[in-house]
Design a protein around this ligand. Structure first.
Ligand SMILES: [Zn+2]
Length: 312
C-alpha cells in the first residue's frame, strides 16, 4: 500500500543510497484500528492509499514501511489471522436502495441512516454558510474552513461505521445477497431522489458488500438496473405501467395485493437474483450495466417474481 503526506512524518533511514530502505514495526510500535495506522512517535494516522482493505476482525502483527528507489513509500501489513469462516446458511436477501430508508430488505426490514446524520447535516449547512460570509484570506475564514472539514469528516466516519455494521450483519446472515446495479449518475438526475438517497452511502455499501462477500465465501448478485423492480408486482408478476416517485404504497391491478414500494422492489430483486443463479452463469447479470446480454435476459425471460422466494 502506498501512502502520501508530509515527508517529515516518515521514518528516517540510515542509508539514503540503498535502493530500497525499510523499517519494521512490531506489535508494540504501532496502533491499528478501523483501517487507521499510527506508527510509534507519530500522532496522526498515516494517509494510506489501500491496495485492498483489511478484514474488520484482523489485526496486523508486523508493519513494514519501505521506500523504493523512486522515492515512493509503502506499508505492508503482516496478518496472522485470516477471517473466521462464517457459518453456512441457505438464506438469501434482496437489498433495495430505498427512497425513505437507506435500504429496504426483502424481509420487510428497513435500515435508516445513522441517528445523528440529519443533525450533522444541518450543522454542516450552517458551517458552510458561515464560511461563505468570512472575508477571503482572513484568519476567521481559515478557522471556518477547518470547522467545515471536521463536520464532513465526522459525517463520513459515522456513515462508514454504520455501513460496516450493516454489511457485516447482512453477509453473516445470508449466503446470497442481491442488489440493484444503480448508477450514481442516474440517481442524481432526479433531485428529489438525490436528496432522499445518499448516493455516496450506496456506493460505499456496495463496495463493502463486494469485498465482504468475497472474504466470507458468500455470493453477491447484481441485477441489471433496467430490471423494473419497482413496477413489478412481487406477488403475481404483473407489470404496472408507471410508478411515480411519490407512490409509497400500491395495489397490483391483477391480483389486488397491496405493496410497500421499497419492500416490493427488494422482493423482486431477490427473485430475479435467485432466478439467474438457478439458470447458471450464462444468465447471470453482468456487473457492468452496459452488458446487453444481462439486460435482455432479465427483461424478456424473468419469470413471475414468486419463483424462488424463500419463506421467511
Ligand atoms: Zn399482483
Amino acid at each position: 500500500m502506498a501512502f502520501r503526506g508530509k515527508r517529515s512524518r516518515f521514518p528516517r533511514f540510515k542509508s539514503k543510497r540503498r535502493s530500497r530502505a525499510s523499517a519494521e514495526y512490531t506489535r508494540s510500535a504501532f496502533r491499528y484500528a478501523d483501517g487507521r495506522l499510527v506508527l510509534a512517535k507519530m500522532t496522526e494516522p498515516l494517509d494510506i492509499v489501500w491496495s485492498r482493505p483489511l478484514p474488520a476482525d484482523v489485526v496486523p502483527s508486523t508493519v513494514t514501511v519501505s521506500r523504493d528507489s523512486a522515492g515512493r513509500w509503502f506499508v505492508s501489513l503482516l496478518c496472522e489471522d485470516t477471517p473466521a469462516p462464517m457459518p453456512v446458511t441457505t438464506k438469501a436477501v434482496g437489498i433495495d436502495a430505498g427512497l425513505m430508508a437507506l435500504v429496504a430488505l426483502s424481509t420487510g426490514e428497513r435500515v435508516t441512516n445513522p441517528r445523528h446524520e440529519r443533525r450533522d447535516r444541518e450543522r454542516l449547512v450552517r458551517a458552510q454558510r458561515s464560511l461563505a460570509r468570512k472575508e477571503k484570506g482572513s484568519k476567521n475564514r481559515a478557522k471556518a474552513r477547518v470547522r467545515v472539514a471536521r463536520i464532513h469528516a465526522r459525517i463520513a466516519d459515522r456513515r462508514r461505521d454504520h455501513l460496516h455494521k450493516l454489511t457485516t450483519r447482512l453477509v453473516r446472515e445470508n449466503q446470497t445477497l442481491v442488489i440493484e446495479d444503480l448508477t450514481v449518475r442516474n440517481m442524481l438526475k432526479n433531485h428529489k431522489l438525490a436528496r432522499a438517497i445518499n448516493d455516496v452511502a450506496w456506493r460505499e455499501l456496495r463496495t463493502m458488500m463486494e469485498y465482504k462477500t468475497a472474504w466470507y465465501g458468500r455470493e453477491l448478485i447484481t441485477v441489471d438496473r433496467w430490471f423494473p423492480s419497482t413496477r413489478l408486482c412481487s406477488a403475481c408478476g404483473a407489470l404496472a405501467e408507471t410508478m411515480p416517485l411519490n407512490v409509497r404504497e400500491w395495489t397490483g391491478g391483477n391480483c389486488g395485493t397491496t405493496h410497500d414500494r421499497d419492500e416490493n422492489a427488494a422482493l423482486n430483486l431477490l427473485a430475479a437474483g435467485l432466478a439467474v443463479t438457478a439458470w447458471g452463469t450464462d444468465a447471470r447479470p453482468q456487473r457492468e450495466s452496459s452488458s446487453r446480454s444481462g439486460r435482455s435476459v432479465l427483461k424478456q425471460e424473468a419469470p413471475p417474481a414468486t419463483v424462488g422466494i424463500p419463506s421467511p
